[in-house]
Design a protein around this ligand. Structure first.
Ligand SMILES: Nc1nc2c(ncn2[C@@H]2O[C@H](COP(=O)(O)OP(=O)(O)OP(=O)(O)O)[C@@H](O)[C@H]2O)c(=O)[nH]1
Ligand SMILES: [Mg+2]
Length: 288
């Protein structure tokens, strides 16, 4: 049974009883809300709200509509990338394996379809496979790529990439970064340096810092958002691997705490498997 079906059944059961709910019944509902990855505070807030609607003798539809309205109000208005003054740099960050490299390839593919000329940049110089993976995508999609030898300085790569983009009229510059280093601290320092170098090379860059989150990350996604946002100033999220059964309710918590908009959703491993995020669609899926 899907999560939303369980939620509806539990609510319907509670409503049908027409008696004040026992604490174990509330607990049942709370556990369900937590299973949707809402996070403790938001689950509590949603629960209070459901409690209020149920006490007003609401119908199941009313209780659900109420929950939907609360959740929808948390998500920022849908927005795409905000890019001006080409070449614009977009930094893609996120922990190991979330889908950074694949998301860049997918976005580059869709940008090219819209008539843009993106440049793919391999600034993950720690693993041979990382640069190769992006380069293979570039070759397959027929898009320009720039990277450096293993162990090279990722900041030097982005410097060269901005020069190349300016001289060849490429835009935007999509920068892939490492998800893992020896320590998280090292990784964050490296990413901060890349960001600093971009800003020195061209004022106002990077114009976007996109944090890629795996839809299956559960509550970990909230911790990831906190660390990356505090260190780098994230401008938006990409929800990758949303073709899985994961609910990704953590988006509500992240939006509530840091007002971060989700800009794209990855729904598979192929180049065309990405689409702009829609808050309404996400909510429909969350509650269906
Ligand atoms: N089903 C599905 N798989 C995805 C999606 N996005 C990425 N993947 C897969 O997830 C795995 C990791 O993706 P990568 O793009 O390599 O992730 P990464 O963040 O670049 O990983 P590191 O560079 O190791 O940090 C690959 O096998 C991808 O094919 C998606 O939207 N749906
Ligand atoms: Mg990668």
């Amino acid at each position: 049974m899907s999560w939303a079906t369980k939620l509806k059944q539990t609510l319907a059961g509670l409503i049908a009883r027409r008696t004040p709910l026992s604490s174990s019944q509330w607990e049942e509902l709370q556990v369900l809300l937590l299973e949707g990855d809402l996070g403790p505070e938001l689950a509590e807030q949603s629960l209070e709200n459901l409690k209020a609607s149920l006490e007003r003798d609401a119908t199941l539809e009313m209780a659900l509509a109420n929950l939907r309205a609360i959740l929808l109000s948390l998500l920022p208005a849908d927005e795409g990338l905000r890019l001006v003054n080409p070449p614009a740099a977009i930094l893609f960050v996120g922990v190991n394996g979330t889908g950074k490299t694949t998301s860049i390839a997918k976005l580059a593919h869709s940008m090219r379809e819209q008539g843009r000329r993106p440049l793919l940049v391999g600034a993950d110089t720690f693993r041979a496979a990382a640069g190769e993976q992006l380069q293979q995508w570039a070759t397959r999609l027929g898009l320009p790529f720039i990277g450096h030898e293993i162990g090279g300085d990722p900041s030097a790569v982005v410097f060269d990439a901005m020069e190349m983009a300016a001289s060849r009229g490429l835009d935007p510059v999509l920068i892939d970064t490492a998800g893992r280093q020896h320590t998280t601290h090292n990784l964050m320092e490296e990413l901060k340096k890349i960001k600093r170098v971009l800003g020195k090379k061209k004022a106002g860059e990077p114009q976007e810092v996109l944090l890629v989150l795996d839809a299956n990350a559960g509550m970990n996604a909230i911790a990831q958002a906190q660390v990356f946002h505090e260190t780098l100033g994230v401008t938006g999220l990409i929800l990758a691997k949303f073709d899985s059964p994961a609910r990704a309710g953590f988006l509500f918590s992240i939006a509530r705490q840091w007002q971060l908009p989700t800009k794209f959703v990855g729904v598979g491993e192929k180049a065309e498997n990405i689409r702009p995020f829609s808050a309404v669609e996400f909510l429909d899926q969350f509650l269906s």
